[in-house]
Design a protein around this ligand. Structure first.
Ligand code: WT7
Length: 649
């Protein structure tokens, strides 16, 4: 049982070959097949993707061209028409899947519901009628701010069914953040709940929406799901209960077909300016990417019960709770609450109780489980599991080993999956039956993915050398643009290396072609799997009356991956105090959401700047990490500020 302790990626040299047993049953069971298909997918993408699109999607009208690529704009499957909701739900009706569970839901208080594909279709159809009766039309934007309950999935699919564009807003975002998103996309309808359950308490969602809606003129209607039964305020003429809206409505709905490139959803994510980016995904290409990757990466089988712990408010929830899984006819397990409620063994208990076969979670969660202690895991059998997944940040070899041994009992392969909100679906992952797993490596490129490591000039570097990761060819599930800001789309993703997509990540490729990701090279932080732009935090602080200037940086954190540290200089006459620091933290919580509250606020008379007035972030990162300030400081204007900041904590 005792494994040698592994303390760094450099020392973990073992590779884990797929077992013969796993390989025999795998959807893709040999390296040679993977290599052949991958070569075809990048060398003749039109053949490869044309074939996959015909095999995997249900078309109302066949497409005429596979790809139009006018850098940096892609159009996939032009001429084709389909309905995304039909591809996720209706296609399973009249088949053996009709009465199969589409969703098994467990609320935090312990309430369990199973929804079959047939029932899901009835719910989606009903809500689609409700939307249409409210005047929601194809192309209109609908915001969804719900807890992790089945209705969130129903709402997304009902939007897709009528061609409305959903924007799901994570339940941790503040009123201010919601307001900005609603105004940016001019949402007409908001779907929320009275509240959701988290750590035994009600998270009041409706009251947050009420505050956001004080200045969102585009919003006409709010549909409110009753979940927690806490007291809320219903605004006459604007708000309607979900159960009243759909009472007595028909549960069949004739779906229209939409163009392949019809917008499916906008998902806001952080970038390197203060304003979040509205990543736009469209219909056919996105769905194909999500479906095909889920099939191969998770090696999906008819009897799987799949549990992804990501919230529906993030891209992982979109692609690998909803679209990719339902399009494959899988059974998705959905959990509303916290992993340590009532005790830190909630996941393991649910895995046993529901006979979950696949678990997809994040390294930050794995580190929490490790910290909570093995005893919570050892209470449970976990013998239904057959495959584990990881996403969100590099998984350290220690966490990999623990996950493999304690959760997977040395039996389940772990697929690490690298991708982004913008990529729509997994782009790098080792297919579990095809190639050996290397702990700490994201893996090999998925079909259609032409990834490369380049230097500052965009020139490919030799294997084993660190550089920046780019994708040199378009792929079906790539973002199409940024909502209302195509110029930013072009500069953010295609500006650094003209003509190729820059991921923002540093990485290297080893001799076997595996990608090892080191993390973001831009000003985007990854805190417990949440993507937060430092500029967004700084913009929030700038609106506080006491703040003159600020800089937000990340510091390594053994639990969260990165922790947020903000450096602040105050306006003349404002005195520093603990109360002020706390107020600054709350202010960020109000402007963005409580998950963005910094771990540490450091106040000083000035920030380190170059003589031309640019804040020297490199120095702040070193101070935040408690390291000695090294490297070139010759352009620093005033050395005394460093000493002052080092003292302050
Ligand atoms: C960034 C994207 C895609 C779902 C979750 C986050 C980092 C993501 C991995 C991985 C190393 C990873 C990257 C990427 N990242 N997965 N398996 N190994 N790093 O989506 O918020 O769009 O963030 O997360 O830095 O750029 P996101």
């Amino acid at each position: 049982m005792s494994e040698p302790k592994i303390s760094s990626a450099a020392r973990e040299k073992r590779v884990f070959k797929p077992s013969a047993e796993f390989q025999r049953q795998a959807n893709l069971g040999s390296l040679a097949t993977y290599k052949k298909l991958h070569a075809e997918s990048v060398n003749s993408p039109e053949n490869f993707w044309g074939r996959q699109a015909n095999e995997h999607l249900i078309w109302r009208k066949p497409f005429s061209t596979v790809l139009n690529w006018k850098t940096p704009h892609a159009e996939w499957f032009k001429g084709g028409k389909l309905n995304v909701a039909e591809n996720c739900v209706d296609r399973h009706l009249g088949t053996v899947r009709e009465n199969k569970a589409a969703i098994i839901f467990e609320g935090e208080p312990g309430d369990v519901r199973t929804i079959t594909y047939k029932q899901l279709s009835m719910h989606v159809c009903r809500l689609a009628h409700v939307f249409e009766n409210m005047g929601v039309k194809a192309g209109d934007r609908v915001a969804i701010y719900l807890p992790m309950v089945p209705e969130a999935i129903v709402a997304m699919l009902a939007c897709a069914r009528i061609g409305a564009v959903h924007t799901v807003i994570f339940g941790g975002f503040s009123a201010e953040a919601i307001k900005d998103r609603l105004n940016d996309c001019q949402a007409k309808l908001v779907i929320t709940a009275d509240g959701g359950w988290r750590r035994g308490k009600v998270v009041e969602l409706k009251s947050v929406v009420d505050r956001a809606l004080e200045s969102t003129p585009s919003v006409e209607t709010v549909i409110v799901l009753k979940r927690t039964a806490n007291e809320i305020n219903m605004v006459e003429g604007r708000d309607i209960w979900w159960h009243d809206a759909w009472k007595g409505g028909p549960n069949q709905h004739k779906a229209k077909a939409f163009d392949s490139e019809h917008p499916l959803f906008i998902l806001y994510t952080s970038g390197s300016t203060g304003k979040p980016k509205g990543v736009l995904h469209t219909s056919a290409g996105y769905l194909l990417g999500a479906k095909l990757s889920a099939h191969y990466v998770f090696d999906l089988k008819e009897n799987d019960r799949y549990f992804c712990s990501a919230d529906i408010g993030w891209i992982t929830g979109h692609s690998y709770v909803v679209y990719g899984l339902l399009a494959n006819g899988s059974t998705v397990f959905l959990y509303e609450g916290a992993p340590n409620q009532p005790e830190p063994d909630r996941f393991w208990q649910m895995i046993d109780r529901h006979a979950i076969t696949i678990l997809y979670t994040a390294p930050t969660a794995i580190r929490s489980f490790m910290r909570w202690g093995d005893n919570y895991v050892l209470r449970h059998r976990l013998d239904s599991l057959r495959l584990l997944g990881s996403v969100g940040e590099p998984i350290s070899p220690e966490a990999w080993r623990w996950y493999h041994h304690m959760i997977g009992k040395d039996r389940c392969p772990i697929v690490d999956t690298w991708w982004q909100t913008e990529t729509g679906s997994i782009l790098i992952a080792t297919l579990p039956g095809a190639a050996p797993l290397k702990p700490g490596a994201a893996g090999l490129p998925f079909f259609g993915v032409a990834a490369k490591i380049v230097d500052e000039q965009g020139k490919e570097v030799p294997r084993g050398t660190d550089g920046k990761m780019v994708i040199t060819k378009p792929w079906p599930s790539m973002l199409r643009t940024l909502w209302n800001d195509d110029a930013r789309y072009q500069s953010a993703y295609f500006g650094d290396f003209p003509g190729v997509y820059f991921t923002g990540d540093g990485a290297k490729q080893d001799k076997d072609g595996y990608f090892w990701i080191s993390g973001r090279v831009d000003d985007v932080l990854n805190i417990s799997g949440h993507r937060i732009g430092t500029a967004e935090v700084e913009a929030a602080l700038a609106s506080h009356p006491s703040v003159a200037e600020s800089a937000a940086v990340g510091r390594p954190d053994s639990l969260k991956g990165q922790a947020l540290v903000v450096f602040v200089s105050l306006k003349t006459g404002v005195a520093t105090s603990d109360a002020l620091k706390e107020d600054l933290r709350s202010h960020i919580g109000r402007e963005i959401g409580s998950f963005a509250k910094p771990d540490s606020v450091r106040i000083a008379a000035g920030l380190p700047k170059t003589r031309s007035g640019k804040i020297m972030r490199r120095i702040l990162k070193e101070i935040a990490a408690g390291r000695e300030v090294k490297g070139d400081t010759s352009t620093l204007e005033d050395f005394s500020v460093i000493a002052a900041l080092q003292k302050e904590d």
